[in-house]
Design a protein around this ligand. Structure first.
Ligand SMILES: [Zn+2]
Length: 77
């Protein structure tokens, strides 16, 4: 399952959730139990740099710094 990022307006925090693609736009429940959190664009998007909470999770798409391109850190492609 892909991981998506959600934003809870109640506690004004972002969190990540593993979900099926078919439910990616459904309202989520934040770690503090608030319902109705909305999906935000993933930190894996091209403009991820500068966003707070960016974490290098590793994986298949290169590192967080290069966002799927290539860089000295991961030498992807
Ligand atoms: Zn919350």
């Amino acid at each position: 399952m892909p991981i998506y990022e959600y934003y809870c307006h109640r506690c004004q925090s972002r969190f990540e959730l593993l979900r099926p693609i078919s439910r990616m736009d459904d309202p989520a429940t934040c770690p503090r139990g608030h319902e109705g959190a909305q999906r935000v664009l993933s930190l894996f998007a091209a403009f991820s740099s500068g966003e707070e909470g960016t974490s290098a999770l590793g994986g298949s798409g290169g590192c967080a710094a290069c966002a799927g391109g290539h860089c000295a850190t991961c030498s992807f492609s």
